[in-house]
Design a protein around this ligand. Structure first.
Ligand code: ADP
Length: 218
């Protein structure tokens, strides 16, 4: 079982991927996380990616595609299943992925987290993260126990620079132009399962589990 998780920024791709990874033992490949860890290291890729991310734009396809292909071609990926979170995000990335998957002989299923735009604006503007352990909170919907401190390691929570109001608007526009066409692309191939991501977390999860149960061939 190899998955792609697709949806607006803030739809819950990262949260649901973490759940799926723990439950089914898949490798989690999040391009956003990979870029953020390169930014933290301060290397050339990170410096380049940060320019685009802070502006709410996508990192260019040639950078992103090579990065993902390199990970997918690593030996453990050949024997282990994965979930792609935040990739592909453009039609060109989807074509590139199709080619890459052919070379390693991996079929995929696509989970599409469908959600209202206003809900994601609300979620993103109150999202906070712990830079130490990566845990994600929401000040309105899942706040930390102590104001602005991580429950796990007591670090001060921060707002991702791309979660600022002006950047959120651009990200939504870019998503609609570049990423939304992927829904039709995968639907036409019969690979897409739409999940109502406006619902509470446990309902979203139950739908995902049901779907994976139906599609797990072993
Ligand atoms: P979200 O889904 O909430 O936007 P991510 O952590 O997945 O958050 O991505 C954050 C940012 O990283 C994106 O806005 C974009 O700039 C960059 N990024 C992540 N994945 C890709 C990708 N596949 N192609 C281009 N840029 C990407």
């Amino acid at each position: 079982m190899n998955l792609i998780i697709l949806g607006l920024p803030g739809a819950g791709k990262g949260t649901e991927s973490d759940f799926i990874v723990k439950k089914y033992g898949l490798i989690h490949l999040s391009t956003g996380d990979i870029f953020r860890s390169n930014i933290k290291n301060g290397n050339a890729l990170g410096i380049k990616a940060k320019e685009y991310m802070d502006a709410g734009q996508y990192v260019p396809d040639e950078i992103t595609n090579k990065l993902v292909a390199a990970r997918l071609q690593q030996l453990d990926i050949k024997t282990t299943d994965f979930i792609l979170d935040g990739y592909p995000r453009t039609i060109d990335q989807a074509f590139y992925l199709d080619k890459t998957l052919l070379t390693i002989n991996k079929p995929i299923l696509v989970l599409y987290l469908a959600i209202n735009e206003q809900t994601v604006v609300d979620r993103l503007s109150s999202r906070r993260v712990c830079l130490q352990c990566g845990r994600v909170y929401n000040l309105k919907f899942s706040p930390p126990k102590i104001n602005n401190k991580c429950d796990i390691d007591n670090q001060t929570l921060i707002q991702r620079s791309d979660d600022k109001a002006a950047t959120i608007k651009t990200r939504l526009q870019v998503y609609k132009k570049e990423t939304l066409p992927l829904v039709t692309y995968y639907q036409n191939q019969g690979l897409l399962k739409t999940i109502d991501a406006n619902l509470e977390n446990d309902k979203v999860r139950a739908t995902i589990e049901q779907y994976l149960l139906e599609n797990d061939n072993g």
